[in-house]
Write a protein that binds this ligand. Structure first.
Ligand SMILES: *[C@@H]1O[C@H](CO)[C@@H](O)[C@H](O)[C@H]1NC(C)=O
Ligand SMILES: *[C@@H]1O[C@H](CO)[C@@H](O)[C@H](O)[C@H]1NC(C)=O
Ligand SMILES: CC(=O)N[C@H]1CO[C@H](CO)[C@@H](O)[C@@H]1O
Length: 295
């Protein structure tokens, strides 16, 4: 009986400990070519998670890193089961989390849409001898990646999404999503991917929720209840493309704090580094907001 009580007390303590001391997710999407953005600022401004935007797969299973930066070119990064993106690019991506003494980054993800996923899951499928499987394995090794982020905003096919995510899980990736709408699709995907799994073994372990532009009216709390897991709301930094969705660091602080007072969020994040640099904004100010609200 005493043992039982003691065990319960310890368990409770452990749960509380985890709740209080699990570090908040402090993320930023990298829209700018990683060879051109300010690596030092990304590593030292309080962010612990970087999501490289603009990776996609071709109809033969090759993987491209798409340029979203004037003067940059698209780079083929994996083909025929090998990494082909070049040493400089690999060294740059690896440097994001390489030396804990000089970086706060602990996790690096690549973000992609759903182009060609359905066709490739139909044929040749998700086996470990397929070009797609081998290409993702090669890219993970070359870039030391932790997760693949799904930013599907148009296709929304549950079966092929689940098959592809499970394939990535076998390779050793975690799987994350960046929804702005279609909560029923994402709930179905989450339910199938995480069924029977618990922390820290969840396959779909993060939800980066767009709370700007098409997702401007999203409420993180209602997404959390619908999905049955914590989310990471994203805000768009000040931008000259759609200025009305731009958020200053001060405005971001108010929004994140207000949400966090109401809901147990997993953290927060921003779309995107390109605009921070283009608009002459401060990585430090935006990063500090996350460090204080989601320590
Ligand atoms: C990059 O960021 C660092 C740290 O924030 C800053 O000291 C440096 O001036 C920046 N470099 C450029 C080229 O803007
Ligand atoms: C980090 O700093 C510590 C203490 O100065 C040092 O012992 C360690 O070798 C450093 N790590 C790397 C990877 O440089
Ligand atoms: C992420 C994004 O869409 N950024 C845009 C911000 O505004 C500039 C200028 O209009 C665009 O070039 C960027 O694409």
């Amino acid at each position: 009986m005493i043992f039982h009580t003691l065990a319960r007390a310890l368990l409770l303590e452990l749960l509380l400990f985890q709740h209080v001391f699990t570090a908040g997710i402090r993320s930023i999407f990298l829209f700018k070519d990683v060879m051109k953005s300010n690596t030092t600022a990304l590593k030292t401004s309080g962010f612990n998670s970087l999501i490289i935007f603009g990776v996609g797969i071709l109809d033969n299973g090759d993987i491209m890193y798409y340029s979203n930066t004037p003067g940059s070119k698209d780079v083929l990064v994996a083909s025929n089961g090998a990494y082909v993106g070049g040493d400089a690019l690999a060294a740059k991506v690896r440097s994001f989390k390489a030396d804990p003494n000089t970086t706060g980054v602990q996790r690096v993800e690549i973000s992609m849409n759903a182009q060609h996923v359905r066709a490739l899951m139909t044929s040749p499928g998700s086996g470990s001898d397929t070009p797609l499987y081998r290409n993702f394995a090669a890219l993970k090794a070359a870039w030391d990646l932790d997760a693949v982020n799904n930013d599907d905003e148009s296709l929304y096919d549950v079966a092929s999404t689940v098959a592809f995510a499970k394939m990535l899980g076998k390779i050793g990736y975690k799987y994350t999503i960046a929804p702005y709408t279609n909560i029923r699709f994402w709930a179905a995907v989450k339910q199938q991917l995480n069924s029977g799994l618990a922390e820290p073994d969840l396959l779909l372990d993060r939800v980066y929720l767009q709370c700007y532009d098409g997702g401007a009216s999203n409420d993180p709390g209602s997404w959390q209840s619908s999905l049955g897991m914590k989310v990471v709301p994203l805000l768009w930094v000040v931008n000259d493309s759609k200025p009305s969705y731009g958020t200053t660091a001060a405005q971001a602080r108010s929004k994140f704090s207000a949400w966090y007072q109401r809901y147990a969020l997993a953290g927060g994040g921003y779309w995107n580094d390109y605009d921070i640099e283009k608009m002459g904004l401060s990585y430090r100010e935006y990063g500090d907001v996350l460090s204080t609200v989601f320590p």
